[in-house]
Design a protein around this ligand. Structure first.
Ligand SMILES: *[C@@H]1O[C@H](CO)[C@@H](O)[C@H](O)[C@H]1NC(C)=O
Ligand SMILES: *[C@@H]1O[C@H](CO)[C@@H](O)[C@H](O)[C@H]1NC(C)=O
Ligand SMILES: *[C@@H]1O[C@H](CO)[C@@H](O)[C@H](O)[C@H]1NC(C)=O
Ligand SMILES: *[C@@H]1O[C@H](CO)[C@@H](O)[C@H](O)[C@H]1NC(C)=O
Ligand SMILES: *[C@@H]1O[C@H](CO)[C@@H](O)[C@H](O)[C@H]1NC(C)=O
Ligand SMILES: *[C@@H]1O[C@H](CO)[C@@H](O)[C@H](O)[C@H]1NC(C)=O
Ligand SMILES: *[C@@H]1O[C@H](CO)[C@@H](O)[C@H](O)[C@H]1NC(C)=O
Length: 470
């Protein structure tokens, strides 16, 4: 059971300048593939076809100019690609996972001033900047048996690395941690991250990186390939891929039943003390896009509502909001400028609603002894295709009802016997502004139309929020 993502800063001991865990907890993150988000000159032309593997021209200053688009959706943090100098093969370099010199910047993305400018523009908007960092390996263009270790900075000696061997058995933890990714040609030389010298190099580097560019958080790539002791201040690490698979499997298929989703909530409540720093996502740059499995708008919305309103920090990968449909890498990395940054797109607006609901609930629950973010979501109703979960204190909670029936399903009505809302109080379904009364035992009668999710919230808390005409 994976209770927290260890990957949020501060994971290296002694980083004073990065934002703290409590500061991150309330945030929601928009994940950017820097090369594919926005160009400095705003141009949107080729080359950058769907399958193109090379630099498309996105930059840090391009991102800076498009922050309205991101903040307009309600995000208050972005996570961008690694920033360091890469190997020269563009097909290996554009995504940023092939570092050569961690003390130089990736010139394709701009200058040091551009990166500082992005951080400043974000902070001026009270937004956070998170960087991807690859601590597991460096990269080499050429043969694994004739690596020029002096080409790396600072790991310029073979003694910093594990001996050459390639991972062949993904059930063998020793191999996963000590052998290399890549192949005989174009390998990713694996750093010995148990070596104190290697760890000191990383600690020194990350501290100066955070200080030089005002970074608020770090996300560590390929963490499962790194020995756990590398992450001293965090517990057992493994990310949340099981939760990803559980939810995508359910929402992707109208015949799937809810058992694993319900078990995920149940297991979490038993095994986890704090789920508020887990990163929740349904797409990223390594997975086929959800819409490549199904383009049913109701199924997508249910998955988005699930990811954004349950416990943890929601992460939305660029292009989800435009309902991009690309499959496996590289097709899941298409440039956002092809969408024209359309703020009228249905999922752009839906994502904005989800962010606004989450923020409202966080703020409104602040009077309560039970904080919204650290109270764990609990399932209050389920059947084969519907799950309702409640999060937050009873007088300020959100009840989210998700289903996988799809947009073409018949409409139906459900009885939730104990919703956990305060009995005999009015609540509002926020996406349709339908008002209803909670029954004497906390019961609710809910109608699902067109397979869309439902989000219920106490009526009394809406005053002054602008929701549903209040
Ligand atoms: C690489 O490290 C080894 C072992 O510490 C050392 O003997 C050697 O001199 C180093 N080579 C270079 C080029 O620094
Ligand atoms: C795991 O991999 C290591 C390194 O390749 C190898 O020495 C070891 O025998 C493997 N263990 C098992 C159980 O296969
Ligand atoms: C990693 O480095 C440590 C300390 O220098 C050394 O003891 C260990 O044998 C190395 N591990 C491997 C697998 O090379
Ligand atoms: C940060 O700036 C200092 C001073 O210019 C420099 O020595 C250091 O290498 C920089 N760190 C990084 C990660 O760029
Ligand atoms: C989504 O559904 C398709 C078709 O049923 C299936 O092939 C695919 O494995 C599913 N994807 C996930 C991540 O569950
Ligand atoms: C829940 O925990 C049980 C027992 O450890 C495990 O078998 C099951 O796979 C878990 N289910 C999910 C969805 O995590
Ligand atoms: C479900 O209800 C909506 C709103 O009342 C209506 O527009 C739609 O036609 C209904 N769908 C079906 C399949 O009956």
């Amino acid at each position: 059971m994976f209770c927290r993502i260890f990957r949020w800063l501060p994971f290296f001991v002694g980083i004073a300048l990065a934002a703290s865990a409590p500061q991150w907890r309330s945030r929601s993150i928009y994940q950017i593939l820097t090369d594919r988000f926005a160009r400095s000159d705003g141009s949107t032309t080729a080359p950058c076809d769907l399958g193109f593997q090379g630099f498309c021209g996105g930059t840090w200053s391009g991102i800076t100019q498009k922050l309205d688009y991101i903040q307009g959706m309600g995000f208050d943090a972005i996570w961008i690609s690694t920033v360091v100098e890469q190997v020269s093969n563009p097909a290996r370099a554009y995504h940023g996972y092939c570092a050569k010199n961690i003390y130089a910047l990736n010139g394709n993305f701009g200058s040091a001033e551009d990166l500082k400018g992005l951080a400043k523009a974000l902070h001026d908007r009270n937004m956070f900047l998170m960087l991807d960092v690859v601590a597991n390996h460096m990269a080499f263009d050429g043969n694994a048996r004739s690596i020029d270790y002096s080409s790396f900075n600072p790991f310029n000696n073979r003694s910093f690395f594990h001996d050459v061997c390639f991972i062949t058995d993904w059930t063998n933890v020793t191999q996963i941690q000590q052998c290399w990714l890549g192949g005989e040609v174009d390998p990713l030389p694996d750093l010995n991250t148990t070596s104190p010298i290697v760890r000191d190099e990383w600690r020194t580097w990350v501290n100066s990186l955070v200080a030089n560019y005002s970074i608020d958080g770090i996300r560590v790539d390929t963490a499962q390939n790194i020995e756990q002791s590398f992450f001293p201040s965090f517990g057992k690490a493994a990310g949340r891929y099981p939760a990803y698979y559980t939810s995508v499997w359910f929402f992707n298929n109208t015949r799937a039943t809810s058992g694993n989703i319900v078990y995920d909530f149940y297991n979490t409540s038993i095994f986890c003390k704090d789920t508020s720093l887990v990163g929740e996502f349904m797409e990223n740059h390594d997975k086929p896009r959800f819409a490549s499995y199904t383009d049913d708008m109701s199924l997508v919305k249910n998955n988005v509502a699930y990811v954004m309103l349950k416990d943890g920090i929601p992460i939305i990968y660029q292009g989800q909001e435009q309902h991009y449909k690309g499959g496996d890498d590289p097709f899941n990395r298409e440039a956002i400028w092809f969408s024209g940054y359309n703020t009228d797109a249905e999922l752009y607006k839906f994502t904005k609603q989800m962010n606004a609901i989450r923020k409202m609930a966080i703020n409104k629950a602040s009077f309560s002894v039970t904080p919204f973010l650290t109270s764990m979501a609990k399932v209050v109703y389920y059947d084969a295709h519907n799950v309702a979960f409640a999060k937050g204190p009873p007088d300020a909670m959100i009840l989210t009802m998700i289903n996988n029936n799809g947009a073409h399903a018949a409409n139906y009505t459900l009885q939730v016997a104990t919703s956990r809302f305060t009995p005999r109080t009015p609540v509002v379904e926020l996406l349709t502004c339908t008002q209803m009364m909670v029954g004497s035992q906390g019961s609710l009668t809910l109608t699902v139309t067109g397979g869309t999710p439902l989000v219920l919230y106490p009526y009394n808390l809406l005053q002054g929020t602008g929701w549903c005409g209040s």
